[in-house]
Each structure stands twice: as structure tokens, then as C-alpha cells.
Design a protein. Structure first.
Length: 435
């Protein structure tokens, strides 16, 4: 599989994800050979035309040593014989375990993950709070305690407060509590169930912003920021309509934090901002972000820039184009549908139309089914507020690029079969389908 024109080879993990597909597109289009891997079969990378081969490994969460053994075995198997650049790029949460075992892996391949000491300084909610405080960075009032009893004795307890388990991801386990009593009670529930002591943080006004960054040993090289205009699920799910914003309000704090922990690689930082005061740092993720396609569409090609830095090159990143909008077709409408149903508006009318819609689907009258459903959702709902939600979503999505990357790589859509693979191998739906 050697390619005379290859600019190098990469192994990309978590091959089921759009994030991994975005990495493959970025590098594959530039002549870098891409090898994908995952613990399930039938992933998007397996069907992508920008991927040369894929392999299966054991589940890292259940068998970390087996995962590493499989990874090293295949790293050795695919190692280029001509000395070309060879890089391991974790595309999601496995960045942490890969960074932790960097010494074992770097005997065979360049590891494109931040140093584990840098990750440990920010990954847990408690560590992040301590690092931010030590570097005088703006974060919401945060209480870190070793026990619920210690927390209960704290003065100036924030109300309302956000209780955050130390290892929470994607909003899971996080709860907004209106009173101190409610917050303490929820902390008791977590600890009594065997969980670690949560962090309690003041709820601050404003909206959420994502700051994406690439650093070269603590120096900020590339950066951009975006906002999720619509999410699915709507309360704390992934963004399904995104818009690039000017990242100037967030840059100084992000740059100071990343320099303080000598960050090397990519990072995604969450901010909370009301548009007037100083943006509040919320958390740092040592991995690529769900809006990676959006970042690339905005003119900052993070996977290619990361590859260049990790192979000793000096990249020249572009400035992000502000106001670029992307959306995830299908999920954006499901988000709006959930919003309508949750508001209890038009629910009965939706039910009356559902029987006809499903009958058309069962009769394989696909076009008629979806056209009637779309017409109903956009023109026949009686409540003005619900109509306004649909109009707002349509306006937000005008001229938006799709983030599914299937226009020139349509067979990658077959990667959704990994859901079936997960059911067969693990008897359960994949984690991302249960968030």
C-alpha cells in the first residue's frame, strides 16, 4: 500500500465519527495516507474514499491494556518503510489514554496528543478550577470540597448552583440546583452511588461559546470560535446549527491558560458570556470537537495544521471567516421538532398526522411521506409561536453548509451501520446515541 506521492501516513482513532471523517478528508485530500480504527465495524472511515485501510481493536474502556496492545500491533503493521512522517491522531476521548501511554506508543509513531501533565491540569472539574485560580483566570465562583460535609459548611454558597461530577462529559450528570439544600442533596446522591465528590459552580448569565485552538508547546498557533445556534437534544446535546463568531473576546484568557500548562496540540475550551462583561472559562477538552467540520469550513483546517506541527513543519494558518454557518441535515429539524413537542404546542395535531405519515413510509412512498411531513411541520401547525420556531430555524440555516461531508464521499454514509455492529458486539446502542 505504499504510495510514491504520499506525504506521510496517519492512524485516526474512533473511526465511526464525523470528526474522524473530517480528519480523513483534510489529510487525504493532501496526499496523506489515512488508516482508521475503532472497536466497532462498519464505520464511516471504513467506507470513505479518503481512507486506505481500517482495523479493529478491543474496547479501551473495558480493556485498556488490550486496546493498547491492539493499537501497537497495528501501528507496527502499518508503519511506512520509507521513513515518511507517521502520526497517531486520536479523534475523540481516547486522546487521554493515548497521552497517558505516550512513552510506549512513541517508540513506533508520533503521538498527536497533548502531554498528560497538561491534560491532568485541566481535565477534571476540580483540577481545572485550581489551575484557573492559580493563574488568575476568569471562571464562575467554584467550590471544590473533599466531602459533602465540607461543602455544606461553606459560606457564600452560590444560588443557583451547577453541580458537576468530576468526570462528566457532554452535560451528562450535570444539574442546575436552585438552592444550597438541593445542591448538597444531589452531591450526596452522587457520592452515595459510588461517584467522586462533585464540583459546585455558580450559574452565570450568558450563552455558551466554543473556542478551538492549536498550540505549539504553549504558543497559540491557530484559533477560532463558534456558537451553537441549535442543539439536539435541545437542552445539552451537540450543536446542529453553528455560526462562527469573532474570537477576540476569548483569546486572551485562552492563550494565558494554554501557555500556563504548556499545551501542545489541539484543545477546545468552553466559555460562558453575556456579550458585555468578561467571558467566563468553563472547561477544557483535550481533543477535537463536535464542530470540527465547521472550523474547517470557516477557513481553519485544524487536522492539517496539527499534522504539520507534529511533523516539525511551520504552518501558516488562515484567520477564521466570521459568520460562516453550518448545519447537520435532519438533526436540526429533529431539534426543532423536539422543541415543539416539549412546549406541548400542536402535539395533538402532530399525532393526527403521524398515522398517515407512517403509512406512507410503510408503503415505501418515501418522497410523498417526507414532503407531507415537511409541509405539515412548516405550514399547517396552527400555533403562531411554533411556526415562529420553524421560521427561525429556517433563517438560521440559510446558506449553511452541511457538516456531514457526504457530497463527494457518499459511501461514507454506510458507516451508520456501526449502530448494528455495536448491538451485535456489545448488546447495546453506541454511547453517542444515548446522550
Amino acid at each position: 500500500m505504499e504510495n510514491a506521492t504520499s506525504k506521510g501516513r496517519v492512524i485516526v482513532t474512533y473511526g465511526r465519527s464525523i470528526i474522524a471523517l473530517a480528519i480523513a478528508h483534510s489529510l487525504g485530500k493532501r496526499g496523506v495516507e489515512v488508516i482508521g480504527c475503532d472497536d466497532v465495524e462498519l464505520t464511516v472511515l471504513q467506507f470513505s474514499k479518503y481512507v486506505q485501510d481500517t482495523f479493529l481493536h478491543r474496547l479501551a474502556k473495558e480493556n485498556p491494556e488490550g486496546y493498547l496492545e491492539d493499537l501497537i500491533e497495528n501501528i507496527e503493521r502499518y508503519k511506512p518503510e520509507n521513513g515518511e512522517p507517521y502520526v497517531l491522531i486520536p479523534s475523540f476521548r481516547d486522546a487521554t489514554i493515548i497521552a497517558k501511554h505516550r512513552e510506549r506508543l512513541e517508540k513506533h509513531i508520533i503521538v498527536a496528543a497533548p502531554d498528560i501533565s497538561s491534560i491532568d491540569a485541566v481535565l477534571s472539574k476540580a483540577a481545572f478550577a485550581k489551575t484557573a485560580e492559580a493563574n488568575e483566570l476568569p471562571i464562575p465562583q467554584t467550590l471544590v470540597a473533599d466531602s459533602v460535609e465540607e461543602l455544606q459548611d461553606r459560606e457564600n454558597f452560590p444560588e443557583p448552583a451547577i453541580v458537576k461530577p468530576p468526570d462528566s462529559h457532554g452535560g451528562r450528570g450535570i444539574r442546575i440546583c436552585q438552592t444550597k439544600e438541593e445542591a448538597v442533596r444531589y452531591c450526596h446522591e452522587i457520592v452515595d452511588a459510588g461517584g467522586e465528590m462533585p464540583v459546585v459552580q455558580a450559574a452565570v448569565p450568558g450563552e455558551d461559546y466554543c473556542f478551538a485552538a492549536l498550540c505549539d508547546h504553549g504558543q497559540l498557533v491557530a484559533h477560532m470560535a463558534y456558537q451553537n445556534l441549535q442543539q439536539f437534544p435541545i437542552d445539552k446535546g451537540q450543536g446542529v446549527v453553528r455560526k462562527t463568531v469573532d474570537d477576540a473576546p476569548f483569546r486572551a484568557s485562552a492563550e494565558k491558560l494554554l501557555a500556563a500548562v504548556n499545551w501542545h496540540g489541539i484543545a477546545q475550551i468552553d466559555f460562558r458570556w453575556d456579550g458585555q462583561g468578561e467571558p467566563m472559562l468553563i472547561e477544557v477538552n483535550p481533543r477535537f470537537w463536535a464542530g470540527l467540520v465547521h472550523s474547517v469550513e470557516s477557513g481553519v483546517d485544524f487536522p492539517w495544521l496539527l499534522f504539520q506541527i507534529m511533523t516539525g513543519q511551520s504552518p501558516e494558518p488562515n484567520e477564521a471567516k466570521v459568520d460562516v454557518t453550518t448545519n447537520t441535515p435532519g438533526l436540526r429539524w429533529l431539534s426543532a421538532l423536539q422543541d415543539c413537542i416539549d412546549s406541548n404546542e400542536s402535539f395533538e395535531e402532530l399525532g393526527r398526522h403521524w398515522e398517515n405519515f407512517t403509512a406512507q413510509l410503510e408503503g415505501k412512498r418515501w418522497e410523498a411521506a417526507w414532503r407531507s411531513f415537511a409541509d405539515f411541520m412548516t405550514t399547517e401547525i396552527d400555533t403562531e409561536s411554533t411556526k415562529a420556531k420553524w421560521r427561525q430555524l429556517k433563517k438560521q440555516s440559510e446558506n449553511a453548509h452541511s457538516d456531514l461531508l457526504l457530497e463527494d464521499d457518499p459511501q461514507a454514509a454506510l458507516g451508520l451501520l456501526f449502530v448494528v455492529s455495536s448491538l451485535i458486539r456489545h448488546g447495546d446502542l453506541p454511547e453517542e446515541f444515548k446522550v
